[in-house]
Design a protein around this ligand. Structure first.
Ligand SMILES: Nc1ncnc2c1ncn2[C@@H]1O[C@H](COP(=O)(O)OP(=O)(O)O)[C@@H](O)[C@H]1O
Ligand SMILES: [Mg+2]
Length: 208
């Protein structure tokens, strides 16, 4: 495995699955060998794949308590593994097991006060997981559902930075095409938000 990225949050409905699947598509489009691990017992990514007749990259159902340990067995040395996690508040064991081992932990957060405040629970979980990790993860917030032309995105970026989060440069706008993404094959082009997000992870990992 070359790189592993997990999308995590305490709460459901923050964009973990949408981001994981579209990011996997974007990395695949760039020519990388990708594996998506659906670690959520709800199986939304697995169902999404069924709905499109199969994703064009490998997909694993890994909603088990030792999901993190099993990630090591996925793919070859060049594979980039993207993990779609369930909400940590209900599935702590699965989430801890994955967060303990992945290279990148990304938290999708909408630019609203309530979602920003709720990141404190994630910070506690990350601190706990950090104590049992071999080396620190790269942890970042991905701003999701950012309204174009509004102040909320910039304000949220600043508030999250002040809370000590690394906020990734590319942000995901709130768009109908993402709201309707589930169950369809996305069309991602170079320079799209998910392509820029993919590029950011590759750069952070030192992958050309
Ligand atoms: N950037 C976005 N713009 C519009 N709708 C979004 C966006 N990101 C997620 N959504 C919608 O929000 C809902 C929750 O997203 P989902 O990825 O399923 O969250 P989670 O996996 O964290 O529960 C879905 O209906 C999804 O289509
Ligand atoms: Mg989900």
């Amino acid at each position: 495995m070359r790189l592993s990225i997990a999308l995590a949050n305490l709460k459901p409905g923050t964009g973990k699955t949408t981001t994981a699947v579209l990011l996997a598509y974007a990395l695949h489009r760039r020519g990388h060998q990708v594996a998506l691990a659906d670690c959520d017992p709800a199986g939304s990514a697995l169902a999404w794949s069924d709905a499109v007749g199969g994703f064009p990259f490998a997909l694993y159902g890994l909603a088990v308590k030792d999901a993190g340990r099993r990630l090591a067995g996925i793919g070859g040395p060049g594979t980039i593994v993207v993990c779609d996690l369930p909400q940590a508040e209900d599935h702590g064991a699965i989430v801890r097991s994955v967060l303990r081992r992945v290279d990148e932990i990304s938290i999708p957060v909408a630019p609203t006060t309530i979602e920003i405040e709720r990141t404190s629970g994630m910070a506690d979980l990350l601190a706990e997981v950090g104590e049992v990790r071999e080396r620190p993860a790269r942890v970042a917030v991905v701003l999701n559902r950012v309204v174009g032309g509004a102040r909320s995105g910039g304000d949220a970026r600043q508030a999250l930075s002040e809370l000590g989060y690394d906020v990734l440069g590319p942000q995901i706008p709130r768009r109908e095409v993402y709201a309707l993404a589930y169950g369809a094959a996305p069309s991602i082009r170079g320079g799209d938000p998910f392509d820029l997000l993919a590029e950011t992870y590759l750069t952070r990992a030192g992958v050309a």
